[in-house]
Design a protein around this ligand. Structure first.
Ligand SMILES: CC(C)(COP(=O)(O)OP(=O)(O)OC[C@H]1O[C@@H](n2cnc3c(N)ncnc32)[C@H](O)[C@@H]1OP(=O)(O)O)[C@@H](O)C(=O)NCCC(=O)NCCS
Length: 194
């Protein structure tokens, strides 16, 4: 459900644009998740500078202002803890009606269906509110958790770019997944076991 400009509310999560005041908590979430972020996304420096989280928030706010990307902090509705970040990158609404979905969930809060719930909210926002035509996602083939999430969201496998990305000093393949507005099935109840 869309509550206000850019705020998306789910059953257990509230997604809202990150604000300067979230910098300390974002820094802790990144610190907690450093190993997963390094392994899967190749970022999260071993020695983060104190201003890294604030600089990230300033950058995503500037991108949102320029409408080149939209990012949300993923917050637990109960208690308000920051559980991750979701984004629509490479936003090209006018030219191609396209964006790329990316998200991460804080270590210690994975396997609760949070990525699925946050992803659903962002997908709905992308197609209904932003009226995008197509969403894409890129996947490291060993990232089985994200593949599960993409499938559950309704993304389809579209092919593989071989040795396309440099990650942690090796060239990795990139699976391409996509979803068209017309792929969306009628809403079904969540079928997760947890
Ligand atoms: C990928 C990621 C976002 C998933 O977040 P999450 O909140 O745990 O996702 P969900 O709980 O909604 O679903 C995860 C699913 O993957 C499954 N899974 C988790 N680890 C797995 C593994 N090693 N092998 C196979 N399946 C796995 C879970 O069992 C779950 O499936 P199920 O609901 O059918 O049981 C999270 O692991 C993460 O942040 N990883 C690092 C960053 C990243 O890879 N982002 C994606 C690219 S942008």
């Amino acid at each position: 459900m869309v509550m206000a400009e850019g705020i998306l509310e789910g059953r257990r999560l509230v997604l809202r644009p990150l604000a300067e005041a979230d910098a300390a908590e974002l820094g802790s979430a990144v610190a907690d998740s450093r190993e997963a972020l390094r392994k899967r996304l190749g970022w999260a420096a071993p020695d983060p500078a104190p201003g890294d989280a604030a600089a990230f928030i300033a950058a995503v706010r500037a991108a949102a202002e320029a409408r080149t990307a939209l990012s949300w902090g993923v917050f637990e509705a109960k208690g308000g803890a920051l559980a991750g970040v979701a984004s629509l990158d490479e936003l090209q609404p006018a030219e191609r009606g396209h964006a790329r979905l990316a998200l991460w969930v804080r270590t210690g809060r994975t396997d609760r269906g949070y990525a699925t719930e946050a992803g659903r909210l962002v997908v709905e926002h992308a197609f209904k509110t932003l009226a995008l035509r197509r969403l894409s996602a890129r996947l490291d083939p060993v990232n089985r958790a994200f593949r599960r999430v993409l499938k559950r969201l309704g993304f389809r496998y579209e092919g593989c770019l071989r040795a396309d990305k440099r990650l942690n000093n090796r060239w990795i393949d990139q699976e391409c997944w996509g979803m068209l507005r017309s792929d969306r099935a009628p809403a079904k109840p969540t079928t997760r076991k947890k």
